[in-house]
Design a protein around this ligand. Sequence first.
Ligand SMILES: [Zn+2]
Length: 138
Amino acid sequence: MLRNLVPSFIKNKINPITEVHIENIEKTQNKLIRWAQKNKQAMLMFMPKNPNSVMTVLNAVPNPIGLHVHLSEVDGALPEYEVQLEKLAEGLKFMKELGVEVVDFASGHWNYDYYTFVVCKELGLKRVHIRCVHIPRI
Ligand SMILES: [Zn+2]
């Protein structure tokens, strides 16, 4: 593919990465810190696990922070409203305990439904990130 012929440092200037969903932070922590320090515009969206690794990253980088929660398996059915509420409230509690207030949320596997938005509104997650591909043609 032609895009792969463009070196990444040029590609990132043209089309900077705006957010990353962080999985397996315990394995990628130091690499993530180095990358985030060079890509300060990118929002780091953390899963609510491994608090020590998350804190290490937070203390080392200036990037904006968001919440990333997997509400379902890949292509799996989303749970009912109450379960989504519980999972997102748990995620927010995790961030709050680290002293971080977040208003941005990206759902795992870009899987969300009407209730995801209802829950986010109730919990004060004002910005729900969606894939552009989901915006209907108008
Ligand atoms: Zn994910």
